[in-house]
Design a protein around this ligand. Structure first.
Ligand code: PGA
Length: 247
């Protein structure tokens, strides 16, 4: 089970204290078979990674450029993230898709770049509220998976995050039946694309300590991608410790 925190554009050097509290409690999560990843803003990655010396908590980026280096002002490559100690990177988050017009084709290039740089790619997909209301959620996610995951990816370095756009930061979550249906759908798509190695599937969107136990117990939910509730160690660990026991 993997619980990944996405701090988004939140945090400053004082957040390192909160991250220190997460490190201190990572062994509690590890005892339940839960790995932790924290994706702070880029300016804090190196400092967080320097502190994250226990193996059960890793640091990740929130985005990467497809190229390893070059004239791309403001961008950061997977290789640069890895050199600063990151082990993961989120690509294709819906906020990147919306704020920066990222397409499935670009997300696919970023996922390949992540693996080229030696990082695990956390690739995000998810439907909008209008798409769900129209009954298109399964088809939209299928299209995003086909477009965002090149067959050349190494499934061992891949995590898929299902995040319904309308559940992100809203306090709303799909029903447990809807999560189960979507995760079974994603499992089948991933198994046909990458038959040899199982890919972890995370649920994301308003996961909190209070709803984590129910969500993490759903079949084919292998963890969570957590935004707001990953900013505080108590909430983040509360989610991790709500996971069903994996030993
Ligand atoms: P949230 O964000 O937990 O604040 O809803 C989830 C995400 O965007 O990854």
């Amino acid at each position: 089970m993997l619980i990944a925190g996405n701090w988004k554009m939140n945090g400053d050097p004082s957040s390192l204290e909160e991250f220190g509290r997460m490190i201190a409690r990572a062994p509690e999560a590890a005892a339940k078979g839960v790995d932790l990843v924290v994706c702070p803003p880029a300016v804090l990655i190196a400092k967080c990674a320097d502190r994250a010396t226990v193996s059960m908590i890793a640091v990740g980026g929130q985005d990467c450029h497809p190229d390893p280096s070059g004239a791309h002002t403001g961008d950061i490559s997977a290789e640069m993230l890895a050199a600063c100690g990151a082990r993961y990177v989120i690509v294709g988050h819906s906020e990147r898709r919306t704020d920066h017009g990222e397409t499935d084709a670009l997300v696919a290039k970023k996922a390949e770049a992540a693996q080229r740089g030696g990082l695990v790619a956390i690739v995000c997909v998810g439907e909008t509220e209008a798409e769900r209301d129209a009954g298109d959620a399964l088809a939209v996610v299928k299209r995003q998976i086909e477009g965002s995951l090149p067959a050349t990816l190494d499934p061992a370095g891949l995590v898929l995050a299902y995040e319904p756009v309308w559940a992100i930061g809203t306090g709303k979550t799909p029903s447990i039946d809807d999560i189960a249906e979507m995760h079974a759908h994603i499992r089948a798509l991933l198994e046909s694309r990458f038959p040899a190695v199982p890919v972890l599937i995370l649920y994301g969107g308003s996961v909190k300590p209070g709803n984590a136990a129910e969500i993490l117990a759903v079949d084919n939910v292998d963890g969570a991608l957590v935004g707001g509730a990953s900013l505080k160690a108590d909430d983040f660990l509360g989610i991790a410790l709500a996971a069903p026991n994996h030993g």
